[in-house]
Design a protein around this ligand. Structure first.
Ligand SMILES: NC(=O)C1=CN([C@@H]2O[C@H](COP(=O)(O)OP(=O)(O)OC[C@H]3O[C@@H](n4cnc5c(N)ncnc54)[C@H](OP(=O)(O)O)[C@@H]3O)[C@@H](O)[C@H]2O)C=CC1
Ligand SMILES: N[C@@H](CC=O)C(=O)O
Length: 441
C-alpha cells in the first residue's frame, strides 16, 4: 500500500492579535479542516506579531508570538501575511516588505489604504502580489469584492450608506434609549467596535477612510481620505436627535460618494465624497440599521440599486471577511494565479463641499414678535435658498422656528445659517443638520 502523502501547507504570518487578530487565529484553529478542504492544502500559523508578549491570549501558543514583525513577514517559510495591526506605521513598512518578499497580503487597514493606497497598491502591482482588503470597509459585509469584481463591468454612479459601526451604535442608543454620548461610546468600545483611538470613529475619520476606498473602487479614480469632506458626530446633540424624531426622521452618520454629472451628462464634472451626520426619514431602509450594523446602497447604471447589509464591526464579523480573503489568496497561490489589481484610470476631480447640492434642517430660537418669519425668509432669499417647509412653535422664551430647505449648494446653505446667526430676532441657532435620502421636492 502506498503511504499517504501529506500535502505541503501554506504558512500564514498574522500581524496583530487584538480584537480582530485573536478571532482570525481562533477561526483558523477551529475551522482548520474545512479551510483545508476549501483550499486544497492546509493553512498553518507560522507566527504572530504583537506589541506585548506578556498579555494573556486564550488559545494562542506562546511559542508563535514575536515582537519582531519585520523578520516574521520576510521569513522564507511564510507564504501569506495577514495584517490586523492598524494605523500607518509599522503596518505600511510591513506590508511593503511582505510584498517585496513575494508574499500574498490580506489587510483590514482602511486608514493606511485611504491615506497611502497609491504606495500599497503600487507595490502590489510592482511585485505581482495579491492584495485583498475586504475587511477594511463595513466589517463582515461583502462589499469590496462586488465593487472590485461583480460590478466592474457596470457604471456605478452612487454609493451611499452607514459604514461606521461605533457611531451608528452611539446614535442608535441616543435615539432609542435616550442614552448619553459618553456612555454609548464606552459600550461600543467594550464591544470591540471602536478603533484603538475612538476619535477616528466619532470624528468621522474612519468613515472618511472607508468612503475614500469606496469612491476609488466605484469610480476608478484617485481618492484619498484627505479628499473627503468629513464631519463627525461629536456635535450631534440630544436636541438634534429629538428634532429628527419630531419630523419622523433619524440621525445617521452617512458616507456618500457620487459622480456629479457635467453638461455632457455622463462624463462627470467630478465626484463628491463626503461623510456627515444627516437626518433621514424613518421610512428609509437605512433608518432601520440599528446598533453596530452597517448598510450600503450601490447604484449602478445597469444593475440598478443594490443594498448590502450586515455586521459592520466587531472581532468575529471582521475576522469572517479576513478569512474570506485568506482563502481567496491561498487558492490563488495553489493554482499560481492572482486576484484583481486596482486600476485608477479616470481623473475625476473631487469637488469641494460648497458645490455639493444638499438640503438643511434648521431649528432657530427666535424672538416672539411679529415679522420674525418675514425676516428669516428674507435671509434665505438673499442667498437664493428656497424654503420647502417652515413651522412655528412655542411662545415667549420658547418661541421656535423650524425651516427645511429645498436642495441648494452647500455653500449657499452654510452662508444662510451664518446670516441667520447675525439677525437680532434669532436668539440661537439650536440645530443645523443636513437632510438626505428624502426626495420630497
Ligand atoms: N475592531 C473592528 O471592529 C474592526 C477593525 N478593523 C481594522 O482591523 C485592524 C485591527 O483592529 P483591532 O483588532 O480592532 O485592533 P486592536 O487594537 O484590538 O489590535 C491591534 C493588535 O496589533 C498589535 N500591535 C500594535 N502595534 C503593533 C506593532 N508595532 N507591532 C506588532 N503588533 C502590534 C497589538 O498588540 P498587543 O495585543 O500586544 O497590544 C494588537 O494585538 C485595524 O486596521 C482596524 O481598523 C476593521 C474592521 C473592523
Ligand atoms: N471602528 C470601526 C470598526 C470597523 O471598521 C467601526 O466602528 O465601524
Amino acid at each position: 500500500m502506498k503511504p499517504t502523502e501529506s500535502k505541503p501547507g501554506l504558512r500564514v504570518a498574522l500581524l496583530g492579535c487584538g480584537t480582530v487578530g485573536s478571532e482570525v487565529a481562533r477561526l483558523m484553529r477551529e475551522q482548520a479542516a474545512d479551510l483545508e478542504a476549501r483550499i486544497g492544502v492546509p493553512l498553518e500559523l507560522a507566527g504572530i506579531a504583537v506589541r506585548r508578549l506578556d498579555r494573556r491570549r486564550e488559545g494562542i501558543d506562546p511559542a508563535l508570538l514575536t515582537t519582531d514583525a519585520l523578520s516574521l513577514v520576510t521569513r522564507d517559510d511564510v507564504d501569506i501575511v495577514v495584517e490586523v495591526i492598524g494605523g500607518i506605521e509599522p503596518a505600511r513598512q510591513l506590508l511593503l516588505a511582505a510584498m517585496k518578499a513575494g508574499k500574498a497580503v490580506v489587510t483590514a487597514n482602511k486608514a493606511l489604504l485611504a491615506q497611502d493606497g497609491e504606495t500599497v497598491f503600487g507595490a502590489a502591482r510592482e511585485y505581482g502580489a495579491d492584495l485583498y482588503y475586504e475587511a477594511a470597509v463595513a466589517g463582515a459585509i461583502p462589499l469590496l469584492r462586488p465593487l472590485r469584481e461583480s460590478l466592474v463591468g457596470d457604471h456605478v454612479h452612487r454609493v451611499l450608506g452607514i459604514v461606521n459601526g461605533t457611531t451608528n451604535y452611539i446614535l442608535d442608543q441616543m435615539d432609542t434609549h435616550g442614552a448619553g454620548f459618553g456612555e454609548a461610546l464606552e459600550e461600543a468600545q467594550e464591544l470591540g467596535y471602536a478603533e484603538a483611538d475612538p476619535t477616528a470613529d466619532v470624528e468621522g475619520f474612519d468613515a472618511a477612510a472607508k468612503a475614500a476606498i469606496l469612491a476609488q473602487l466605484a469610480f476608478h479614480t484617485h481618492v484619498t481620505a484627505a479628499d473627503v469632506h468629513r464631519e463627525g458626530i461629536t456635535e450631534v446633540t440630544a436636541a438634534d436627535v429629538a428634532g429628527a424624531r419630531a419630523r419622523g426622521s433619524v440621525v445617521k452618520l452617512l458616507a456618500i460618494c457620487e459622480r456629479v454629472p457635467g453638461d455632457d451628462g455622463d462624463g462627470g464634472r467630478g465626484v463628491s465624497v463626503r461623510v456627515y451626520p444627516a437626518m433621514i426619514p424613518r421610512s428609509h431602509p437605512l433608518a432601520s440599521v440599528r446598533e453596530a450594523y452597517n448598510a450600503v446602497f450601490v447604484e449602478a447604471r445597469s444593475a440598478g440599486s443594490l443594498m448590502f447589509y450586515g455586521a459592520g464591526a466587531g472581532g468575529a464579523p471582521t475576522a469572517s471577511a479576513v478569512l474570506g480573503d485568506l482563502v481567496a489568496v491561498a487558492r490563488n497561490r495553489v493554482i499560481g494565479s492572482r486576484g484583481p489589481v486596482e486600476v485608477t484610470y479616470a481623473e475625476l476631480p473631487v469637488l469641494p463641499m460648497g458645490e455639493t447640492i444638499t438640503r438643511y434642517y434648521i431649528q432657530l430660537d427666535v424672538a416672539d414678535r411679529s415679522g420674525v418669519l418675514a425676516q428669516v425668509a428674507e435671509e434665505f432669499a438673499r442667498h437664493d435658498v428656497s424654503i420647502q417647509a417652515v413651522s412655528q412653535d412655542g411662545q415667549g422664551e420658547d418661541a421656535q422656528l423650524v425651516v427645511v430647505t429645498h436642495r441648494a449648494p452647500d455653500a449657499a446653505l452654510a452662508a444662510t445659517v451664518e446670516g441667520l446667526r447675525g439677525l437680532d430676532i434669532v436668539r440661537r441657532v439650536a440645530s443645523v443638520m443636513r437632510v438626505e435620502a428624502d426626495e420630497t421636492p
